[in-house]
Structures are given as C-alpha cells and as structure tokens.
Design a protein around this ligand. Structure first.
Ligand code: HEC
Length: 137
C-alpha cells in the first residue's frame, strides 16, 4: 500500500513537471515598460496616475512632486497593486479591458475613460505582452 502511494506521488510529480509553466508577470518589464504608460498623457484624457493614486480601487503610489517616475520601492508596491487587476495570461484581465474602447473588445464602462480605440495601439500592445508574459517581445 505504502509503495503504491509513493509510486503515485512520483508519477504525479513527473506529470506536473511536464505541464507548461503558467504565464508569469515580469517585474522588470512592468517597471520599464508598463509604468510609463500610467504616467503618459493622452489627448482628451487625464493620466492614469492622476486618478489612480487615491480614491480608486486600483491604487498606485503617488508620484512625489518633482520626480518623473517611481523609485524601486514604489515600483514594487505598484507591481503588487496592478497584479490585482491582472490574471496572468488572460486577455480578459481588467487592466486590458477596462481602459479599452468597447468596440475594440474592451468592457462597457471605465470611469476614467477609454484610453485606447484599438488593440493595435502600441501602449495597449505593451500591456498585452506583459499580461501574457511575453516579456521578450
Ligand atoms: C479620470 C480618472 C481616471 C483615469 C484618468 C483613469 N482611471 Fe481607471 N478608474 C477610475 C475609477 C473611478 C475607477 C473605478 C470605477 C470603474 O471601474 O470605472 C477605475 C477603475 C480602473 C480599473 C479597475 C480597478 C479594479 O480594481 O477593478 C482599472 C484596471 C483601471 N481603472 C485602469 C486604468 C488605466 C490603465 C488608466 C490609464 C490608461 C486609467 N485607469 C485611467 C478612474 C480613472
């Protein structure tokens, strides 16, 4: 009996070992490619950071006055905050569908507006690559 259990565990281990690794979110890519999107100004819209450093469920670190980006510690906190609106590997992640126009595949409403009209937008493509775990594309 004990032998059977051991054998089963070994087999299960081999089986799971072969499964493809789940998509994982790359911190370096987040820091260097994704965060600048939260700071960029788009015509007709407030910057993501203008709203998302207070009052909204997605809470980014406030940008200290005078600095143009976040430091390491703040970037780590942002990473944790943004992870909450991302399902690694899923194009249905709120980060992707919420600021995307409904006719382009986004969801119905984002209080902060629809910042991208097309999935071809380079900024949206960057978010997508990050969510899918394609950090080298
Ligand atoms: C004018 C203010 C404003 C701006 C600018 C804004 N947002 Fe929002 N956002 C909100 C508010 C308010 C909510 C909560 C209500 C809702 O879901 O619409 C929200 C919700 C979200 C959510 C869902 C959060 C959750 O916990 O479910 C995501 C993701 C998001 N915003 C991403 C962005 C991104 C990315 C940008 C920049 C491209 C952006 N927002 C710009 C106000 C804003």
């Amino acid at each position: 009996m004990a032998k059977t259990v051991v054998a089963l565990v070994v087999v299960a281990g081999a089986w799971f070992g072969q499964a493809p690794a789940p998509a994982s979110l790359d911190y370096e890519m987040f820091k260097t490619k994704v965060q600048p999107i939260f700071l960029a100004k788009r015509a007709g819209h407030a910057r993501c950071i203008s709203c998302h450093s207070s009052g909204t469920p997605l809470r980014l670190e406030p940008l200290p006055s005078g600095s143009i980006t976040w430091n390491e510690e703040q970037s780590r906190k942002n990473f944790e905050a943004v992870k909450r609106v991302v399902v690694p590997g899923s194009l249905k992640s709120r980060l992707l569908v919420h600021p995307l126009a409904e006719q382009a595949g986004g969801d119905f409403f984002h209080n902060g507006g629809k910042h991208w009209d097309s999935q071809n937008d380079p900024e949206w493509q960057t978010l997508k690559a990050w969510v899918l775990g394609n950090s080298r594309s």
